[in-house]
Design a protein around this ligand. Structure first.
Ligand SMILES: [Zn+2]
Length: 151
């Protein structure tokens, strides 16, 4: 296992970035590189470039992981809330109908941006999808094949 703290003196090459810091900065909706600039230009639209440090952010590939994580977290929380309220308080059906859908909606809309930020921060820290230092990320290059020309 590599020691991340020993390699931070020479700038942030992709293999030396702290993934916990990347996730924490993303959760705070800040640029994963500097922690100062805003990560999002709009609600869920990642800014193409950090306004503070100039780090390119456009090549993230968060895709469906943030909604998936949001669903997992919200479902656990709301499911536990329904279970506990029913076990100990036995509220009315009207309470359930008024509370849980609204709470689910609010929690999903609240948690989605920070969880997307965490995913982008983790991708930055791991050097994924063009976040690698020097642009040498193999995921962005066309693959060279050893096969001969097709006939
Ligand atoms: Zn920045």
């Amino acid at each position: 296992m590599m020691d991340n703290t020993a390699m931070n003196d020479a700038g942030p090459p992709a293999h030396a970035r702290d993934w916990k810091q990347g996730i924490a900065r993303g959760l705070a909706r800040r640029c994963p590189a500097c922690g100062e600039g805003r990560l999002f230009a709009r609600y869920l639209k990642v800014a193409p470039v950090c306004a503070s440090c100039g780090q390119a952010l456009h090549h993230h590939r968060a895709d469906v992981l943030p909604p998936y994580l949001t669903i997992v977290v919200v479902a656990k929380f709301v499911g536990l809330g329904i279970y506990v309220s029913e076990m100990y308080y036995e509220p009315s059906l009207a309470f359930h109908l008024a509370t849980w859908p609204a709470l689910t909606l609010v929690l999903c809309l609240t948690l989605l941006p920070p969880l997307k930020g965490a995913v982008v921060g983790l991708q930055y820290a791991l050097g994924m999808h063009g976040f690698g230092a020097g642009g040498d990320n193999d995921a962005e290059k066309p693959r060279e094949t050893s096969e001969g020309p097709r006939t």
